[in-house]
Design a protein around this ligand. Structure first.
Ligand code: PGA
Length: 255
């Protein structure tokens, strides 16, 4: 059975003290309240990775991820952070292809394929984000956009490597806007994504692929979204900055 995951993307928020205190709250709430097989992943800015990984190491349910990595192993890339550095401080995941990276930092599918390669080669599990803009949805090309993002970003991987990837469908028009995709809209795209994975890797791997929904997810809308057949959890931005909201979202999978 595929893994259920609720992942928090802090983006560029929380200085050191605030981050440690938020994460300590999350750990306590998750420890007391989250029951079931779901995994909780917190993706803070780089500067938090080491200390949060240490705090998380006592808790089997909670893992840490970075929000980006560079595509090279090491070298003269001032200001960048490599996958092996991220792994070396105890993180397990790395978000790749977030729409903010695509939009503000010019990250292309081609570049993201390289980042995915190095992440996997290093031993990190990519949370690979895909999703269309409002214009693309209005022009009814959203399925084409997503097909291309998958084909060029991750479908070059071997089946063995693809099995390590978590996908996240994040319609750009729903990110940070308060406008969520309806459960039906999200399910339609998630089912499409799973079909694409099936076409490339076969039905067993497709059935085992975790596909998260992201975009204005909150404790109110998460239960209906997460009950859809092909939605296996969420990538949570704004609501992950509030320990209560984030834990309540993770609790949707309580058994
Ligand atoms: P949001 O962000 O929950 O604040 O919309 C989601 C994301 O960007 O991953």
């Amino acid at each position: 059975m595929r893994k259920k995951i609720v992942a928090g993307n802090w983006k560029m928020n929380m200085d050191y003290t605030a981050g440690v205190s938020l994460f300590s709250e999350v750990i306590n709430m998750v420890k007391d309240e989250v029951r079931g097989e779901q995994e909780v992943v917190v993706c803070p800015p780089f500067v938090h990775l080491h200390s949060l990984s240490q705090l998380a190491s006592q808790h089997a349910k909670i893992s840490i991820g970075a929000q980006n990595c560079h595509q090279a192993e090491s070298g003269a890339y001032t200001g960048e952070v490599s996958a092996s550095m991220i792994l070396s401080v105890g993180a397990e995941y790395v978000i790749l292809g977030h729409s903010e990276r695509r939009q503000y930092f010019g990250e292309t599918n081609e570049l993201l394929a390289k980042k995915t390669d190095i992440a996997i080669r290093t031993g990190l599990k990519p949370i690979f984000c895909i999703g269309e803009t409002l214009e693309e949805r209005n022009n009814k090309v959203h399925f084409d956009v997503i097909r291309k993002q998958l084909a060029e970003g991750v479908f070059h991987l071997t089946a063995e490597d693809f099995a390590k990837v978590v996908l996240a469908y994040e319609p750009v028009w729903a990110i940070g806007t308060g406008v969520t995709a309806s459960p039906e809209q999200a399910q339609e795209v998630h089912a499409f994504i799973r079909k694409e994975v099936e076409g490339r890797y076969g039905d067993a791997l497709a059935a085992n692929t975790t596909i998260l929904y992201g975009g204005s997810c909150n404790p109110k809308n998460a239960p209906e979204l997460f009950s859809q057949a092909d939605i296996d959890g969420g990538l949570i931005g704004g609501a992950s900055l509030k320990s209560r909201d984030f834990t309540d979202i993770a609790k949707v999978f309580n058994q």
